[in-house]
Write a protein that binds this ligand. Structure first.
Ligand SMILES: [Zn+2]
Length: 113
């Protein structure tokens, strides 16, 4: 993914791909949703290139991370992020990130989009 902008419920979010050097917060995670500066920051994961145990199909992993952060942004922009039990539930957010392509595929097959 390259740097770009996406509209989340009427608010533009910058999507930035950065290194851990550029953004030290990425030393703790592969993606961040900065709700108050309207940025989704994705780790470029260059540090993993030489890791023997790096997951296969790394591009798909990075897409999953991006979807995860986009879901955080949707919850945040909807006003649910900081005062709900589920909007910050990483298990739920990751489920949405993993299952949403399959859900959208089913919707498309049924002409529901
Ligand atoms: Zn998360």
């Amino acid at each position: 993914m390259e740097n770009c902008t996406v509209n989340i419920l009427g608010t533009d979010y910058e999507i930035l791909v950065q290194s851990e050097t550029e953004n030290p917060k990425l030393k703790e995670c592969d993606g961040i949703c900065e709700q108050y500066s309207k940025k989704i920051i994705l780790n470029d994961c260059k540090y993993t290139e030489d890791e023997v145990m790096r997951v296969d199909n790394f591009e798909e992993y990075k897409k999953k991370v991006a979807r995860h952060e986009v879901f955080h942004a949707f919850f945040g922009e909807s006003g649910l992020r900081s005062h709900s039990d589920y909007a910050e539930n990483e298990e739920l957010i990751d489920w949405l990130a993993i299952q949403s392509p399959k859900i959208f595929k089913a919707f498309k097959e049924l002409d529901l989009l």
